[in-house]
Design a protein around this ligand. Structure first.
Ligand code: T5A
Length: 212
């Protein structure tokens, strides 16, 4: 039996993270892994969902200071990790998270320009060495991802940012994943069936390695 794992899906808006989390869940089930929990960040606890609403709302009277945005992302993350994710992993439940700390490095770091060192200090201060066992990064061009996202629903506060913001966010993702051996990059610009197939085969390969 494989010990329960923490799997994270990352990528820009419209990269297909919802589809990927369902695909990963199905693939794990085929492998006889039945105890699985899906969560999203920010969110997935009552308090973190309130923070999510606050972060996504379009405020017309006041702008967020970038550090406030970062701290809110971390507040929601810490709440979720300590209340839900870590206890679940201890009970043998596998956790698939739509986003985790790489999002903060990419959006608040790359996109908004907060220093990586500061974000990593924040991470270490509260989460120590708690890191994902695997990250699936869905790489999509911002032009494509935002088009998909705008077709799906009204754009939120962050999605209203400039194309340049999302270009910098993507660059940061690409830079950061190069340093992480536990991340698999998937081309998410392709047809959804091909993307799903590629995710599935990567997950199967990864699972095979875990049991050898
Ligand atoms: N954020 C979050 C930060 O800034 N810092 C942080 O630390 C964290 C944790 C979260 C926002 O918060 C920011 C990032 C976000 O702006 P959210 O609603 O969770 O808000 O935003 P997203 O996670 O980006 O949600 P999206 O729904 O936009 O992205 P998904 O889940 O990647 O996209 P998905 O799967 O819903 O797909 C969107 C549409 O595209 C289609 C789907 O069918 C759907 O209609 N699609 C495809 N179409 C064609 N080809 C493909 N390959 C397709 N894949 C999907």
């Amino acid at each position: 039996m494989i010990k329960s794992k923490f799997i994270v899906i990352e990528g820009l808006e419209g990269a297909g993270k919802t589809n990927a989390s369902i695909c990963i869940q199905h693939t794990l089930k085929e492998y006889n892994i039945k105890n699985i929990m899906l969560v999203r960040q920010p969110g997935s606890t009552p308090i973190a969902e309130k923070i999510r609403k606050l972060i996504k709302n379009n405020f017309h009277i006041e702008d967020f200071v970038k550090e406030t945005e970062l701290l809110l992302m971390y507040a929601a993350r810490i709440q979720l990790v300590k209340k839900i994710i870590q206890p679940a992993l201890k009970k043998g439940i596998w956790v698939i998270s739509d986003r985790h700390d790489l999002s903060s490095l990419a959006y608040q770091g790359g996109g908004l320009g907060i220093k990586k060192k500061l974000i990593n200090q924040l991470k270490y201060l509260f989460l120590k060495d708690f890191i994902p066992d695997l990250t699936i990064y869905l790489d999509v061009y911002p032009e494509i991802g935002l088009k998909r996202a705008s077709k799906r629903s009204k754009l939120d506060r962050i999605e209203h940012r400039s194309l340049n913001f999302f270009k910098k966010t993507r660059e940061s993702y690409l830079k950061n994943i190069k340093l992480d051996k536990k991340t698999i990059k998937i081309n998410a610009n392709l047809d959804i069936q091909i993307v799903t197939q590629n995710i599935k085969s990567q997950i199967l390969k990864w699972l095979e390695k875990k049991i050898v």
